[in-house]
Design a binder for this molecule. Sequence first.
Ligand SMILES: Cc1cc2nc3c(=O)[nH]c(=O)nc-3n(C[C@H](O)[C@H](O)[C@H](O)COP(=O)(O)OP(=O)(O)OC[C@H]3O[C@@H](n4cnc5c(N)ncnc54)[C@H](O)[C@@H]3O)c2cc1C
Ligand code: FES
Length: 274
Amino acid sequence: MGWHIKNNELRIVKIDKVKIEAYNVKSIFFKDKLSSLAKPGQFLMAWIPGVDEIPLSVSFASDGLAAVTVKEVGEATRALNKMAEGSLIGIRGPFGSHFKIFGKRALVVGGGIGSAPLLLLINKLLRNSVKTLFIEGAKMHSEILFQDQLNLLRDEYDLEIVFTTDDGSYGVKGLVTDVAERYLSKRRFDSLYACGRESMIRKLFLLSEKYTVPMQASLERIMRCAIGICGSCVIGKYRVCRDGPVFDSKQLREINNEMGRFKRDFRGDKVPID
Ligand SMILES: Cc1cc2nc3c(=O)[nH]c(=O)nc-3n(C[C@H](O)[C@H](O)[C@H](O)COP(=O)(O)OP(=O)(O)OC[C@H]3O[C@@H](n4cnc5c(N)ncnc54)[C@H](O)[C@@H]3O)c2cc1C
Ligand code: FES
């Protein structure tokens, strides 16, 4: 089991600080010992009183303080992002597998809100002296996340950063996967880390196989229990909440037929990903 029973206890926490990160995206900071011990890629279940409980990656974790970075896409995320400092939310977790550090040269690729768990990962890679290139893609400039924090890491640790936007309003114009391939074809990396839309992960997975770079990717499925019981997060033989959300190349090969092609809807039916 990748989690301890204590992690599954609901804790009520007070929102300490709210930070606007990008258009429709906020980071919500709160004090919680267990969340602050989360490893890069792990997630929490956040209960928004009277609305819903939703899975969110830990985007910041240090010294008893943690944060989630939330993009408004529906009722629960909108309600959470409206909450002010001092409001109360419920937290369970951290749950799931995490990104593992190995090798000396890493390529990290984030797409949109998929970059949420990657700042924690990048920090860990750099502190382990792994030379890191981060390619962050977004639809447009206003959706780029963590620019200030990334620039600080660039100055302090030599993090290499490439921003890409679909509309060319910032950084390199084009799809993050095309830019990633340019680097994969020119340079040798020991590991490829990715989080974002599943179509992006699917393309990166195929590239990782082509250029024989071991990959770890974080996947998303609808989650309810978060502890491997309800079955709402099934992909192939895995449950994303318990066996994932971070999967390695060997596991990604096993779910290659479903990844980026099918997901489960709220009723548990298998539906194509558009
Ligand atoms: C392991 C994991 C980590 C996540 N980390 C983050 C994060 O760090 N930040 C963040 O903003 N979001 C994250 N998500 C997605 C987040 O859980 C959903 O955006 C949220 O549940 C939507 O709830 P809602 O009530 O606002 O929207 P709903 O009204 O439930 O749905 C609105 C739209 O969002 C889509 N949606 C619903 N659930 C999900 C889901 N699980 N994944 C993707 N799309 C969904 C629906 O298809 C619909 O189109 C994560 C999901 C998982 C599984
Ligand atoms: S969310 Fe219930 S089994 Fe994964």
